[in-house]
Design a protein around this ligand. Sequence first.
Ligand code: SF4
Length: 290
Amino acid sequence: MARNDKKSPPDTSSRKPTPKPAPKRAAAAAESGRKAEQAAGKKGAREAVPAVPEAARRRRAVANAAAALAGRDIAPWTPAEVAEAFSRFEAADPEPKGELDYVDPFTLLVAVVLSAQATDVGVNKATRTLFAAAPTPEAMVALGEEGVAGHIRTLGLYRGKARNVVELSRRLVAEFGGAVPADRAVLETLPGVGRKTANVVLNIAFGHPTIAVDTHLFRVANRTGLSAGKTPLEVELGLERVIPDRFKLHAHHWLILHGRYVCKARVPECWRCLIADLCRWPAKTPAPAG
Ligand code: SF4
């Protein structure tokens, strides 16, 4: 969803000391085979990001989408159009879910922190053994940096992520009684946690109507003209202004899943898009021949 991050909030008893995570993953929306896509970057990771051609292509596609709309005279969406678009998303998928496995706010927070430069599938594979070994902040601290690294070494930037996970766990134990705070400003003070991660945790774990802008959502918002912006924050604030309150809780998942499976980075599948008639993207992809 994603990726941009830091730490945040005040909460309470988010954790359940459950040894083995029972996947809460949601069956992906409708679409076909999912390709490993990745979330946006988080802060805190200090290792060099390896050059990944696919990631570079994605970034270019996002930049192109933003550039194509920048300066273009696009009719803003009317409130009726926005309501229509989200009504369609709601009808197609009334209870959208993310695809990271977790069992409580703590494991969700860790999973999202690990998702930078990694796919949800890769994160889920790593956290299966990590959460079995350390399902609570206390256990994560006891496991230590090397221990955490041993479970997540298949993920990019794993050393920096291991450092962040142990340090944020230590902070949760020392300052919040081991609970995840449900407050964005507080969450953003945790290592490896930025605004995007904080928004994901607030939305999924605490039911706040936050909109976490990752690379998919950034692309969709710019392409459609729903909220054009040069930064994730601009896009997030724009979406908050135009999306009716009744759709805000699920807006984040609807738009991310739409970007992941339909409005793809390289070739958006406009011919089967349920908001094609509303979208302002000027170069819609025609249906494949045959
Ligand atoms: S019409 Fe195409 S560009 Fe517009 S939202 Fe749908 S898939 Fe994306």
